[in-house]
Unconditional design. Structure first.
Length: 382
């Protein structure tokens, strides 16, 4: 197994501790149709890959990827992660990898497939290749995996020793995904600015300054280009937005580390996954979570800039189709007890919401969650 390259891991000595950052994949290949020439790159990492994907994606990969892998004489086996990146799936996939004598793990699919593949590679100390099939998250880039319950409730995340060894971003493959996945990816990526700018704290650190400024650039790219990209799939501007959601969002987390990671937006997402019937995807819940975070900043700090930012986002969301309130997430009939459960999980002691520079009480969070567009807009059942 190859050692992490200098681009993957960067360590700097501070006065208090050693800070280790997992900055980037060992190699990124991007372009239209690049999958057809990528088998040789995978062969440098191993010749017995285990392909990890969702059940639907596996059938597609068998048809489209197997002929490509055969050109490099790769002896592949494939296994589904099931319904989620959960403990039972991880156990079954570790067994499948050992039975196949896999020497490299390939994740093909959306964020959960890629998180599962990365975590299996981490646990078995095998190199990892990520092949995203949508632009819904930056999971193809990052050294992080989220673990859920079998019913899709967020449980915890795992920091990995390094980013994937190889990331293959094929625009032709991404273009086959439903457009809603790119919309969700825009919501997930734009959160980088609203969370990193709040959580960054030690602004004298050079790389944190760089990460926060990159988050500002990412936000501006998405504001300026998202609508045009969604109107012209496959175009140059569409490719730029895909790069922003899959690659640049990952760069920010890599450079900034934990100080530039997630705050209330992702914490709210995690809480909402514990409500039965949540049918929206990751980036949609995160986008809604940004509005909750800004509402909290406005309510608890009297921050008028947060109010202006929320109004700007509401206009942007309406333009591209991101959710503005709980009803847009399919949770318009949420009960008071369900809302309280989601809020309590959002406020768990280890939650990233505590990166906010002020404390948040349960009642305050619940009020913010039902007033992302206007106070008292949502009816709550008793």
């Amino acid at each position: 197994m190859p050692n992490p390259s200098a681009t993957q891991t960067l360590s700097t000595q501070t006065s208090s501790s050693l800070v280790t950052l997992t900055v980037s994949p060992g190699k990124v290949i991007r372009g239209a149709g690049v999958l057809h020439s990528a088998a040789g790159e995978i062969a440098h990492l191993g010749t017995r890959p285990l392909i990890v994907a969702g059940t639907r994606t596996l059938s597609i990969s068998q048809e489209n990827l197997q002929p490509i892998f055969a050109t490099a004489q790769l002896q592949t086996a494939a296994a589904s992660y099931g319904t989620d990146c959960c403990e039972d799936s991880l156990q079954a996939l570790r067994k499948a990898a050992k039975e196949h004598q896999a020497d490299v793990i390939i994740g093909v699919g959306g964020g959960k497939a890629l998180d599962t593949a990365k975590l299996i590679g981490h646990q078995l100390k095998l190199p990892v290749v990520t092949i995203p099939t949508s632009a819904a998250t930056c999971a193809a880039w990052t050294a992080l995996s989220n673990v859920y319950s079998e019913t899709g409730a967020f449980l915890y995340d795992v920091g990995l020793l390094r980013c994937p060894d190889l990331l293959i971003l094929d625009y032709d493959l991404i273009q086959t995904a439903p457009q809603g996945t790119l919309v969700a990816g825009i919501g997930d990526a734009i959160a980088k600015w609203y969370e990193a700018s709040v959580s960054s704290g030690h602004l004298q650190d050079t790389l944190i300054i760089a990460a926060v400024q990159q988050a500002r650039v990412l936000r501006d790219i998405l504001f300026q280009k998202s609508a045009a990209a969604l109107q012209s799939p496959g175009s140059e501007v569409w490719q730029e937005v895909v790069d922003a959601t899959v690659l640049l969002a990952g760069v920010i987390g890599g450079l900034g580390g934990a100080q530039c990671r997630t705050v209330a937006a992702h914490a709210v997402h995690n809480g909402l996954t514990h409500i039965s019937g949540h049918g929206s995807i990751h980036g949609e819940k995160v986008a809604y979570g940004i509005l909750v975070q800004l509402r909290l900043e406005e309510m608890l700090q009297g921050n008028q800039l947060a109010d202006a930012a929320r109004q700007q986002l509401l206009k942007f969301y309406a333009e591209i189709g991101l959710p503005q309130k709980l009803a847009d997430l399919g949770l318009g009939n949420i009960s008071l007890s369900e809302l309280q459960t989601a809020a309590e999980i959002t406020l768990a002691p280890n939650s990233d919401i505590h990166r906010l520079p002020f404390p948040v009480a349960l009642e305050q969070l619940m009020a913010a969650m039902v007033s992302t567009t206007a106070p008292h807009q949502l009816k709550i059942k008793n």
